[in-house]
Design a protein around this ligand. Sequence first.
Ligand code: ZN
Length: 464
Amino acid sequence: MLALIFDTDLKPWDAAIRHAAQVVLDELWEEITCLPRDAFNELSDEERGRFKAIISYTNQAPEGAPQTPVIHLRPSGFFGPEYGQGVVPDASGLALLNGTPVLYGDDAVEQSTRGISTGADLLASTYFLTTRFEELLRPDVRDNHGRFPGSESLPARAGFIHRPIVDEYAAQIRAWLQALGVALPARKRRFKLLLTHDVDLLGRYRLPFEPFRTLGSALLGRQSVKTAVECLAVHLGRRQDPMDTFDEMMALDGQVEAEVYYFFMAGGSSQWDGWYRIGWRRTKRLLRKLMDSGATIGLHASYEAGARPTSIADEKAALERACGCEIRHNRHHFLGWREMQDGHALAAAGINWDSTLGYAEVAGFRLGVCRPIPLFDPVELRPLGIEEHPLVLMECSLDQPHYMGLDLPGAEAYALGLLRETRKYGGEYVVLWHNSSFEKAEDNYLPALYRRLIDHLRAGEEAV
Ligand SMILES: [Zn+2]
């Protein structure tokens, strides 16, 4: 058993500190007793002596059984009366702790006979990333869809979006404890692959009057005759729709050990929503086929629900009617989960698993972790009741010119770099490929990249 103690005057931020500690201490959290300093001081010497080590988030090093090793994290002042009033750390001036950027505090580390003391405020640094705190501090910075842009984020600006630095902090704390001779439980976490597919469209040609529209456009020279002919052939059942790529995806996903998810839209009336109906017979047939293949079905909350989260419950109910089963998983369309506190509506609708939190503009570790974590509302200082499985890699982040704009070799190298990082920490490699991205086109390298990624994943660690 380990103790985490924090200064008594930080009690109003008790829940926030516990959240940060739970995330950064990771698997060790199950071993931790977390308590304010006054409660710790009331323990008898015998009770304090039972702790294998003390992690102390206090201004002064704690007293305790003198033989107990101590890791002393000096608070930077992030939690306290000034909470939420600071500025975002300077991207070009971050201290490095053994090569890992420290967002709050400094890189000082002192070792004594009793233990290790550091000025690196790893709890505040963790909390800043996992609660999207930067978005609170910069409420005016949003893109034209109301989202905080990835390129504006501190991880992107400071050049560490491709590294799960909170997992690096966790490894550092573990290494310090081991260096102090503390016996720790073995690592249990194992690398996991999550292949996920957002279904924005069932097919390219989706409406009953589509052949007439494309034919009209072709006659006016706005569309090629080839497209009009293809559309007609699809509608007559002579050809498969080029975006109906589900069989191909199922075959590829079946080649590796992975959890497979499909997220379906079930509402929304904005111009970015409603490209198919969840109640169509065709949609229901597809849902059944995917469920029979062993995939999990989740809600792809609409663009509109991203802006008005209370409608998530209705969308979830519509999807449940179509599936005939309970839905507990979600990813927002457009990754459009606008503000962290909107998550309360998601939880109220009965969804406790989400995988929205990556940036569209840049792939990587938006929350600084490569593993599932509980989410926390930094405004109301309470847990959201949602387990987040952060999105690591979305295909269109890689190839779109207005996002990363990489060519095939560049995209493959970047994707494998993220995979290596995720493997290193026994994390979850959460990959998103839309069915529409498998469409065959000369300038679309995404089907080839997916195949190469599946080959790497099948070959295992040594091939990466
Ligand atoms: Zn979508």
